[in-house]
Design a protein around this ligand. Structure first.
Ligand SMILES: Cc1cc2nc3c(=O)[nH]c(=O)nc-3n(C[C@H](O)[C@H](O)[C@H](O)COP(=O)(O)OP(=O)(O)OC[C@H]3O[C@@H](n4cnc5c(N)ncnc54)[C@H](O)[C@@H]3O)c2cc1C
Length: 358
């Protein structure tokens, strides 16, 4: 029996997880997407992303087998300037965001079509339409600034240099720390594609920093990537209490809800589980609020850790590098493995952390 209509803005990963779950509950679902097809933002995609993930627990929670789109990462390097430290890669996955058949978006889109979801492409959320939208409309517009502005959700801007293209490498990723960015440079490789991003929060990344990064890549990885573009976006990391499920009568879904890792900015596992929670918010609002609070309960403390501790360490990569050299590779790697383990545990997003989904 039908249960009414649900409207979702944004055919990205969280919007389509919400759509599929609602359609299965018996709602007539329409997804409105700004682009003229599925596959996410054309500014960033096709892209390859890497995330720590408990694939089975996440699949179970969202109700869909996500395994065809996720690929194990065999090795990850953390670079402190030129000093390479291997990161534990167990539980890390790469995923392609695109409309290609091997992409996560194609998998979710197919599932949504099978469940009877309608899509309206070329249909952006506009400020002037918002007042007329029914309460409970789901906003899943990702990292684009407009929805944050329309809804007056506090955000941080990020910007930097991006390069993407084809690559023979696979199952590999690196993270590069240098003082010229507040965050990092990272590259990931999967399905014959690479994606490379060098970015800061709250400030620009100059050409000199890009030059340093490219020289590092050539020295350390023997790689040159061309066609660098300057890109920008936003994330809801402005304040420790950023996460919110319901705001001004709208249900927030994906990154815009704050269901992400505030330390390194991993957004995939949070976006996937928040799709299910957003669908629950339509049918069982109280349970959804409980689930959302449970999953985001460590956001504030990790946010504070980032600002009070991590940024201080991070601004002296030379000291971290010197320390790692003094301790030697074995002890450094043991400490790093412990830091990664604690980092994952500090998040309460199921699938990202070892915290159970149930
Ligand atoms: C460049 C980049 C690299 C990243 N790398 C990683 C990574 O390696 N690991 C990781 O864990 N996370 C990464 N993230 C974060 C992760 O991709 C996001 O957290 C995740 O995609 C969020 O899912 P979502 O459903 O919220 O948004 P998306 O999947 O981005 O979907 C949003 C959808 O909304 C549409 N849209 C936008 N505005 C409107 C509008 N006004 N009206 C209608 N539709 C609209 C977009 O076109 C898109 O289809 C990265 C993000 C970016 C941008």
């Amino acid at each position: 029996m039908g249960r009414g209509e649900a409207i979702i803005y944004g055919a990205g990963m969280s919007g389509m997880v919400a759509a599929w779950n609602l359609a299965r509950m018996g709602f007539r679902v329409v997804v409105r997407e700004r682009e003229d097809s599925f596959g996410g933002s054309r500014i960033f995609n096709p892209s390859t992303h890497v995330t720590p993930l408990d694939l089975e627990a996440t699949s179970q929670y969202v109700g869909l087998d996500l395994s065809p789109a996720f690929h194990r990462v065999e090795s990850i390097s953390l670079y402190l300037h030129d000093l390479r430290l291997p990161l534990p890669a167990a539980g890390a996955y790469a995923v392609e965001r695109s409309s290609r058949p091997v992409g996560l978006d194609a998998l979710l889109y197919e599932k949504c079509l099978e469940a009877g979801v309608d899509f309206e492409f070329g249909r952006a959320l506009r400020r002037e339409d918002m007042e007329a939208l029914p309460p409970g409309t789901i906003i899943a517009c990702g990292l684009n600034e407009e929805a944050y502005q329309y809804l007056e959700i506090p955000y941080v801007t990020w910007e930097g240099w991006m390069s993407r293209g084809e690559s023979g490498r696979s199952g590999y990723a690196w993270i590069w720390l240098d003082e010229c960015v507040t965050e990092y440079g990272y590259a990931s490789f999967c399905n014959g594609l690479y994606y490379n991003l060098l970015f800061s929060y709250g400030r620009g990344v100059n050409g000199e920093c890009l030059r340093r990064y490219r020289e590092f890549m050539l020295r350390a990885e023997g790689l040159e990537h061309e066609d660098w573009e300057y890109v920008k976006g936003v994330v809801p990391l402005a304040v420790p209490d950023n996460p919110r499920l319901v705001h001004r009568g709208f249900i927030l879904c994906g990154t815009i809800s704050g269901a992400m890792d505030p330390l390194m900015g991993f957004g995939i596992s949070g976006a996937l589980v928040s799709g299910r929670v957003a669908a629950m918010a339509v049918s069982e609002p109280e349970r959804a609020e409980e689930e959302f609070a449970r999953f985001t309960r460590n956001f504030a403390s990790v946010h504070r850790f980032k600002h009070q501790v991590w940024y201080r360490l991070r601004s002296r990569v030379d000291l971290l590098e010197g320390l790692a050299e003094t301790l030697g590779p074995e002890i450094s790697m043991r400490l790093l493995a412990e830091a990664v383990r604690r980092g994952r545990k500090s998040s309460a997003i199921p699938g990202f952390s070892p915290v159970s989904c149930h």
